[in-house]
Ligand binder design. Structure first.
Ligand code: NCD
Ligand code: ZN
Length: 343
């Protein structure tokens, strides 16, 4: 197969920041995807409907003039989120979910939930209004090994949530382990998961073997090869519980190449091409459309897109950088060849 046409995909997990960085990155996403769920971990976090709508307007203003891209917004669940906030989200077409970060789990997550029980009344309201909860699934206490944090979250936290709120729709974001795949497969139809391109393409050697490569460092961190294999299996299985979410998370190069480098891989420059690469390695390109374009809208109960994109088998070299100065970003696979190209 040298040419692949798909219903236009959506990105169900994306960070675009704001200000100058937003203007630099947003059109990479908008040229491939019709919609994206925009994560709320700005400084300060997006916790109110007013803030989310203002942020959405900032994103729309940063788009190329001919773009039809539709940003779908989220609120950041904090210890101070009120039932009235949930009622306001239920009334909004532009805000479609809330994001749960355990406090301290990742970039800009200090405002996250300090104890799950504190959120129970709000989760009850989300279940009632059928608003999806998007979860960064890692425990955060410093005694836990970083490679175990996702598995422990399933065992200690997520099983409590799915039992207490059986009708709450949940997306376990950016799954990275075979345990998470198994949890989602065996949970109710209300539980789904996104998978990033880096977790399909690389294992933890990419960060640590032969030198430290900070541009492969994200959270949850890349895991062993057996976990990558489990993720590939899930993504190419045709199971509608698994869909595309890049978790593209731009950080300036100087903050990645640092004695304490930030977590996050920038993949928006080549997102659908990177997924095509991963599916092609598995001889499963025929499963890409379901994963990238169908399962997500079906889970969120949104219409599937009408138009199509075409990928051709043609190698191109990823630039070493995008942008300049303090805004310079080093993209995933900088300087490497990618064998699929968006037409
Ligand atoms: C994300 C970011 O930089 O905002 N980083 C990451 O490593 N994935 C936050 C997140 O989704 O964890
Ligand atoms: Zn993320």
């Amino acid at each position: 197969m040298d040419k692949l046409t798909l219903i236009r995909p959506d990105d169900w997990h994306l960070h675009v920041r704001n200000g100058e960085m937003l203007r630099q990155v947003i059109n990479h996403t908008a040229r491939q995807f019709a919609r994206a769920i925009i994560m709320p971990n700005l400084k300060p976090p997006v916790t109110t409907v007013e803030h989310a709508l203002a942020y959405r307007n900032e994103i729309l203003a940063a788009l190329a003039p001919d773009s039809n891209f539709n940003p779908l917004m989220t609120l950041y669940l904090t210890d101070n989120t009120r039932i009235t906030d949930i009622e306001a989200v239920a009334q909004s077409e532009q805000i479609i979910a809330l994001k749960l970060y355990p406090a301290g789990a990742t970039t800009n997550s200090d405002a996250g939930i300090s104890a799950l029980e504190k959120a129970f009344p709000v989760l009850e309201a989300m279940q009632k209004y059928d608003i999806p909860l998007l979860i960064h699934g890692e425990v955060t206490a410093s005694e836990y090994d970083i490679f175990d944090r996702e598995r422990l979250f399933l065992e200690q936290k997520l099983c409590v949530l799915t039992e207490k709120f059986p009708d709450l729709r949940i997306v376990l974001e950016h799954v990275t382990t075979e345990e998470a795949v198994h949890f989602v497969e065996t949970a109710s139809r209300h539980v789904a998961a996104t998978i990033t391109p880096q977790h399909l393409l690389f294992n933890r050697n990419a960060i640590l073997a032969g030198g430290i490569r900070p541009h492969y460092y994200c959270l949850p961190v890349l895991k062993r090869e057996k976990h990558r294999v489990a993720l590939i299996k899930a993504a190419t299985s045709g199971n509608p519980k698994f869909f595309l979410g890049t978790d593209s998370a731009p950080h300036p190069t100087h903050l990645k190449e640092n004695s304490c480098g930030c977590a996050g891989c920038y993949s928006a420059h080549a997102a659908i091409e990177l997924y095509a690469e991963a599916f092609a390695q598995e001889n499963a390109l025929n499963k890409l459309e379901g994963f990238a374009s169908l399962h997500g809208p079906d889970f969120y109960r949104l219409p599937r897109n009408q138009d199509r994109i075409t990928l051709i088998r043609e190698s191109w070299r990823v630039p070493e950088h995008y942008g300049q100065g303090t805004l310079q970003i080093t993209p995933l696979q900088a300087g490497e060849e990618i064998r699929w190209k968006l037409q």
